[in-house]
Design a protein around this ligand. Structure first.
Ligand code: PLP
Length: 414
């Protein structure tokens, strides 16, 4: 047995049998061995343009030199915090986030993943308001711990784990009237993704987030914007809420914050919200959260994203990619229903989710990693590193076009 078969067998036997079968079916049955920039090389020596981008982790590409160097330097000094002396890297990253996040967001708490950031944000909202109810959106994705799951809006991930955290109401995303009807004086917070990622890349109407902000203000309700996937340049602005000039009371982030090198999450809030923690310094804590290694990666990542002007790059390249995919849709309207997105967070909705089972493996064969969105298997996501070149985008478009053409030619019947 080669290393790929051996590892797949082990993965299935000791980790996740059904995922092992799915990986084999979609053509991913090889070990990922090396990655640099936008490319991943597998154990068979095949190279892929990483169009899944770790679902938003690899905005800086793989192994960005500046982040790798910062982490190596920190590793040789002090990777983990004693938790008793003062952690400089944590303070520096918190300052950076206060500088780059919109409005009056100032204080940050660090954790290790997106869902932990959401947990912290929900707890903070309850503490700051003394209220318990949370309004979230249908089809939302906020993670898979109990709070994140309770806020999420797809039943198949939630039903087996009932009862979830009480007090969550879900309304259709983008529907201002439904939000106005759901929010009242018992509501602690509204939690939304500015653009739904796992829901299938859904961009709300332009007046939606400003209206939600107003509704929240009218009832003294906090607005939590979950920028775990959209944050740090992905949609063409540093934070997606900036497209609509909306400042949340609490913002969550993770994924790209670690620069593609370290896991880290954070929630950031205004001084007014954070005040409720002032007499309770240890009410929300994390052993690993804010460790120096992750914070060193975070500082380098934020600096690189800002200095390399990656949000602007995402905006320009996103237009190129969407224009190419839209051309493809016009050629194959029976297969592609819609192309939508912002910056380099793009979804291609198929007329039938079944087409994905043919198109995705064909794209993989053509050297492009492709995946569908978690809450909507009928949408193939395009979420490449923001450092991708025009030339690589054109390659992705060609490979996608060939895959769709083969699906059409093969008469894949839905
Ligand atoms: N929130 C959003 C908007 C996400 O897209 C995700 C993950 O895709 C999460 C939260 C959960 O993040 P994690 O998988 O790091 O827990």
């Amino acid at each position: 047995m080669g290393i790929s078969e051996e590892t797949l067998e082990k993965f299935g036997r000791y980790h996740n049998p059904s995922l092992a079968r799915l990986l084999k079916f979609t053509g991913y049955a090889a070990v990922e061995e090396y990655a640099e920039g936008v490319r991943i090389t597998d154990s068979e020596g095949r190279t892929f343009i990483d169009c899944g981008g770790g679902y938003g982790v690899f905005s800086l590409g793989h192994r960005h030199p500046r982040v790798v160097q910062a982490v190596k330097d920190q590793l040789d000094r002090m990777p983990m915090s004693s938790k008793v002396l003062i952690n400089k890297q944590l303070a520096d990253l918190a300052e950076r986030l206060a500088q780059v996040t919109p409005g009056d967001l100032q204080y940050s708490f660090f954790c290790n993943s997106g869902t932990e950031a959401v947990e912290g944000a929900l707890k903070l909202a309850r503490l700051a308001t003394g209220r318990t109810r949370i309004v979230a959106a249908e089809n939302a994705f906020h993670g898979k711990t109990f709070g994140g799951m309770s806020a999420s809006g797809r039943d198949i991930y939630k039903e087996p784990f009932q009862p979830l955290v009480p007090g969550f109401d879900h309304v259709p995303f983008g529907d201002t009237a439904a939000m106005a009807a759901a929010v009242n004086d018992d509501t602690a917070a509204v939690i939304l993704e500015p653009v739904q990622g796992e829901g299938g890349v859904v961009v709300p109407p332009d007046d939606y987030l400003p209206a939600v902000r107003r509704i929240c203000d009218e009832h003294g309700v906090l607005l939590i914007l979950d920028e775990v996937q959209t944050g740090l340049g992905r949609t063409g602005r540093l934070f997606a809420c900036e497209h609509w000039d909306v400042v949340p009371d609490i913002m969550t982030m993770a994924k790209a914050l670690g620069g593609g090198v370290m896991p880290i999450g954070a929630f950031t809030a205004s001084a007014a919200v954070w005040k409720c923690l002032s007499t309770r310094p240890l009410i929300h804590t994390s052993t690993f959260g804010g460790n120096q290694l992750a914070c060193a990666a975070g500082i380098a990542a934020v600096d690189a994203i800002v200095e390399e002007r990656l949000p602007e790059r995402a905006a320009v390249l996103g237009e190129r990619m969407m224009a190419g995919l839209e051309e493809l849709r016009l050629r194959y309207p029976d297969i592609i229903k819609e192309v939508r997105g912002k910056g380099l967070l793009i979804g291609l909705e198929l007329t039938d989710p079944g087409y994905g089972g043919y198109i995705i493996p064909e794209m993989v064969k053509g050297g492009v990693t492709a995946v569908y969105t978690l809450n909507n298997p009928g949408v193939i996501r395009f979420e490449p590193p923001l450092v991708i070149t025009e030339e690589d985008i054109d390659t992705v478009l060609r490979v996608t076009g060939d895959a769709v053409a083969r699906a059409a030619g093969a008469g894949v019947n839905m």
